[in-house]
Design a binder for this molecule. Structure first.
Ligand code: RTP
Ligand code: MG
Length: 140
């Protein structure tokens, strides 16, 4: 499998509980390299744009409010099959369904406050990475 990059976000529920280091350790232990990273406070407009694919969903307003409720850490992870590998490490969206040992099983508070985001395809990863990072900010 080829080396890939994926966009990860450590969400406000996790930054609030000082879990950034523990979550980053999961990525690194799984062989994913953190090749870009910054801590930011998203604006409402940025969160709405980032999650615009969900704008018709009933939970959209709550999701945007949650994503701007505190700082997030946006990062680029690089490794073999990084998109799928990261989704495995994250676990299912709802922590009640997440496999034991996954980030969401171990840290998520709810289906919404589920600690991490990860791109769901290589195509979306490219779009999401470009949304947050200039090429010069990614150092592989
Ligand atoms: P993400 O995009 O954040 O990596 O998560 P995902 O692919 O596992 O889940 P997705 O279906 O894309 O949903 C995006 C985020 O919306 C929140 N959500 N809330 N209240 C609800 O029923 C509900 N469903 C989803 C979660 O924060 C989810 O990660
Ligand atoms: Mg998603």
């Amino acid at each position: 499998m080829a080396t890939e990059r994926t966009l990860s976000i450590i969400k406000p529920d996790a930054t609030r509980r000082n879990l950034t280091g523990k979550i980053n350790a999961r990525f690194e232990e799984a062989g994913l390299r953190i090749v870009a990273q910054k801590r930011v406070q998203l604006t409402k407009a940025q969160a709405e744009q980032f999650y615009s694919v969900h704008k018709e969903r009933s939970f959209f307003g709550e999701l945007v409010a949650f994503m701007i409720s505190g700082p997030v850490v946006v990062q680029v992870l690089e490794g073999e099959g990084a998109v799928a590998r990261n989704r495995e490490i994250m676990g299912a969206t709802n922590p009640a369904n997440a496999a034991p040992g996954t980030i969401r099983a171990d840290f998520a508070e709810s289906v919404e406050a589920n600690s991490v985001h990860g791109s769901d395809s290589a195509e979306n990863a490219a779009i999401e990475i470009a949304y947050f990072f200039a090429g010069s900010e990614i150092v592989g």
